[in-house]
Design a protein. Sequence first.
Length: 139
Amino acid sequence: MSVKTWLCALLIAGCNLSTSDTTDDRPETFGFITEAILKPSCATAECHSAMKAQSTDVFDSVAAARASIHANQLVFTCEQLMPAETFPCGDDALNVSYLYQVIDDKDAEGDRMPRDQALSNKDIVLIREWIRDGADGLN
């Protein structure tokens, strides 16, 4: 087999040619988001761990993340914004939720989190939908 043939075979094998469903079947819950996304991405020793607590935010456990989000008003739920309205409240919750702003684009100071490497689009979408749908498990 020639080198060109071998390289072509490797390229084809490396491509995802499937048309499989790209639906995210991960649970849209605070516990899952904390354990699977916030804890490994944000609760590093130099950032938002109990040891460092950068900006007083701690994301290395569900309880600590919940306390930080409430104390620092990082996420607003539909109930907080529009107590008498029906759910989901959609973009209203996103527009005032600092957690979403800082992971999706930048905050008012121009920071995007995590600083070392942005979250995957799939993780950002999961957090966005969790907030838009009422931030299940936050209260």
